[in-house]
Design a protein around this ligand. Sequence first.
Ligand code: ADP
Ligand code: MG
Length: 204
Amino acid sequence: MLDTNFFHRWMTAAAAEVSREADHLTDLDSAIGDADHGSNMRRGFAAVTSVLDNEVPQTPGAVLMLAGRQLISTVGGASGPLYGTLLRRTGKALGDAPAVTPEQLAQALGVGVAAVAQLGGAQAGDKTMLDALLPAAEALGTSFAAAREAAEAGALATVPMQARKGRASYLGERSIGHQDPGATSSALLIAALADTAAADGDGA
Ligand code: ADP
Ligand code: MG
């Protein structure tokens, strides 16, 4: 079972990962966007870890809903509301259980990813975070390790795509040949999840 502490550790691991990769995310965003994705994500997840330490939510769902709220209020730019919606809606779908199964998390993440697609009006192949999140949510039904691999493969698969949503879409064909920054940060969040599970001996 995945308890409240597991979700707190996932968010802490995500913050560390995003901070370590912030320059890379900003480099990717400088190629096809406005060079702020790394700083957006670092600022957002630093705020998430500090609010989780201060408010100490009591269920897995409450951890993710609080984290999502914090991302929405601290991250300007497209990714704040999108990631905020992902975490809030995933958290809401988990309900108020004190611990959840990996299968319940996989199902809830599917709900959160669908909410991102609805909010941003994007679908698979549009060269956005969804290209990592959609396959990751599906693979999470198999294992945490499979979800990590699916997210990384999904992020890599954005390279030859032409962006149809977000700032990168303004570039038209010139967006081809670059990896999407949001798909890349999504793969980091899923990698942090897999690492957290592996630390519990639940990686496979
Ligand atoms: P901004 O584009 O406002 O500067 P960021 O740089 O923080 O915001 O985030 C950019 C990322 O957000 C993109 O790489 C893409 O993955 C994601 N994104 C942008 N628009 C959408 C959308 N409509 N649906 C899903 N993801 C999107
Ligand atoms: Mg940007």
